[in-house]
Design a protein around this ligand. Structure first.
Ligand SMILES: [Zn+2]
Length: 73
């Protein structure tokens, strides 16, 4: 464990397994769940199409794609 800045809001927090502080982690988890469910129902969609249909920014989706806990896996 070490101190780190939250990737989303920049707040200092104790880093365990997440790049986000607790508050942002909750939001991220929800976003991930949304994307995961969406992909499950629409497995052939591209990032652009997911963006257009969910309203989640492309930058955020690309970030998710690179994550260890990627909903795209
Ligand atoms: Zn945060």
């Amino acid at each position: 464990m070490s101190l780190s800045n939250c990737r989303e809001c920049g707040k200092l927090y104790l880093m365990e397994r997440s790049f986000y502080c607790l508050d942002c982690k909750k939001e991220q988890d929800e976003l991930y769940r949304t994307v995961r469910d969406f992909i499950k129902q629409n497995p052939s969609l591209t990032v652009l199409e997911i963006h257009l249909q969910t309203g989640i920014s492309i930058a955020k989706l690309l970030e998710m794609q690179k994550d260890d806990y990627s909903p795209f896996a």
